[in-house]
Write a protein that binds this ligand. Structure first.
Ligand code: NDP
Ligand code: 2IT
Length: 451
């Protein structure tokens, strides 16, 4: 079995790398899934004959376009726009939009690939997609962001729709950007449909969508901790990022009795040994979402905290680590520091934040480790619930949505247990999530013929 897996992964990856040169994040995401599903494929050779995996790594469609816009001084800028429609076997394409200077085709493809399996895990009927631009909203005025979003949507609108492809937010795309894009979509198409999720509360947005990714990650971590008779109560939690996912992960972890001691952005991290409080977190919400400032300003407000320029938070002693910023933000050296400091649970809020070498160390140490496609699926799951509410033109209460989110995260945890429990009882959440996500999409593709 080992020999088959090694050979299969090696030859598959050689072909993938040759066909998609230089796309290192995409290669990384595919390799991780392949390593998990290869033993399953060995048992079902018809999936190999039908080239299901080869089909899954080739996007159904990639749209790339020019996004011209004018800044407040009248200068013209040209950005790249993308939408990768990866897989529609189990539902309309669904996935976020990322605005960040680092965005390129490799990052779009890795995210769309991950999204396909994540959406499958949610139990809801959603295919996988991702979009974005190398435009960075940081430092831009509201008017500049609006003009950019309108230009972006002027092209994207012809490729999306409530039963075709439903975008949402991701890094650099929050309520403000979704609003500008929805406004332009509605204007051009003359229809009020649920074509974007993460909308405002008074115009079709689901209650709890802003909270859902961070809260969902904490619900997932609760289930992981429960397998060892543990909980958040009294634990120290290190979180990276200070955006949407980090903010609500911090809020929920705190409300579940944990002490959250770090937050970060791409410039550095803050360490607050006393832990966040509701008041301190409210300051962070205002700082990041209203003033749009940098996390280092936290220490001016709360001088007992320290700021570490150019560093990530993983040197800080904690029981639970929640990477909630971006891909490959936790490497092997940092994983060793976490393990040496007694960290026994790593729950990903971001997509692919942990490098393969760091994951191997966590798994070797047999600590609790969950990949983002399982633990951050609460965001897109609640987007799915927003789509349902839009379709039936109703609005559910926060309690109703939260209950559904809870149930979905618990179902995802069960799926990981089912496919990821190893003979010695260790739960390999990577294997569990990848196989469970894969089976549903693969079977749907088999049912639908060679398309
Ligand atoms: P936000 O834009 O709200 O916040 C992103 C945070 O991560 C910011 O603090 C940002 O700092 C930091 N960050 C971004 N890029 C980098 C980088 N290259 N290096 C270090 N820090 C960085 O995004 P979200 O909170 O929505 O997204 C965070 C992660 O969660 C992403 O991986 C995203 O794909 C994932 N995710 C998001 C979901 C959602 O519903 N929003 C759902 C599921 C996953 P700075 O201000 O300096 O850029
Ligand atoms: O990575 C993700 O799952 C998201 N950015 C959320 C996607 C969505 O459609 O809500």
């Amino acid at each position: 079995m080992e020999e088959f897996v090694q050979k299969y992964v090696k030859s598959f990856m050689a072909e993938l790398e040759a066909k998609n040169p230089g796309e290192k994040e995409f290669h990384q995401a595919v390799k991780e899934v392949l390593e998990s599903v290869a033993p399953y494929l060995e048992q079902y050779p018809n999936l190999i004959e039908q080239k299901i995996m080869e089909r899954m790594v080739e996007p159904e469609r990639v749209i790339m376009f020019r996004v011209p816009w004018m800044d407040d001084k009248g200068e013209i800028h040209i950005n790249k726009g993308y939408r990768v429609q990866m897989n529609s076997a189990i539902g309309p394409y669904k996935g976020g939009i990322r605005f960040h200077s680092s965005v390129n085709l490799s990052i779009m493809k890795f995210l769309a690939f991950e999204q396909t399996f994540k959406n499958s895990l949610t139990t809801l009927p959603m295919g996988g997609a991702k979009g974005g631009s190398d435009f960075s909203p940081r430092g831009k005025s509201d008017a500049e962001v609006m003009r950019f979003c309108q230009s972006f949507m002027t092209e994207l609108q012809r490729h999306i729709g409530p039963d075709t492809d439903v975008p949402a937010g991701d890094i650099g795309v929050g309520g403000r950007e979704v609003g500008f894009m929805f406004g332009q979509y509605k204007r051009l198409r003359d229809e009020f449909t649920g074509t974007l999720t993460g909308k405002g509360q008074t115009w079709g947005g689901s209650l709890m969508r802003p909270e859902a990714t961070g809260y969902g990650a904490c619900y997932f971590a609760q289930s992981m901790l429960a397998t060892r008779g543990e909980s958040f109560e009294g634990k120290t939690v290190a979180i990276s990022g200070s955006g949407n996912v980090a903010q609500y992960a911090a809020q929920k972890a705190m409300r579940l009795g944990a002490k959250v001691v770090t937050l970060s952005d791409s410039n550095g991290f803050v360490y607050d040994p006393d832990g966040l409080t509701e008041e301190k977190l409210n300051y962070v919400f205002k700082l990041k979402n209203v003033i749009r400032g940098r996390i280092k300003e936290y220490v001016k407000q709360y001088p007992t905290a320290q700021y570490f320029e150019g560093k990530r938070p993983w040197s800080i002693k904690c029981d639970i680590a929640m990477p909630c910023a971006t891909q490959n933000e936790l490497n092997a050296e940092e994983a060793k520091m976490l393990l040496d400091n007694g960290c026994f649970c790593v729950t990903e809020g971001a997509n692919m934040p942990t490098t393969p070498e760091a994951i191997a160390l966590f798994q070797k140490a047999k600590i609790l480790y969950s990949p983002g496609k399982a633990s951050n699926a609460g965001g897109v799951a609640t987007s799915g619930l927003e789509m349902s509410q839009n379709s039936i033109r109703q609005k559910w209460t926060a309690e109703e949505v939260d209950n559904m989110l809870h149930r979905i995260m618990s179902d995802i945890h069960d799926a990981c247990l089912k496919y990821g429990t190893e003979p010695d009882g260790y739960i390999n959440y990577v294997k569990g999530a990848n196989i469970a996500g894969f089976i549903k999409v693969a079977n749907a593709m088999m049912d639908q013929g060679l398309v």
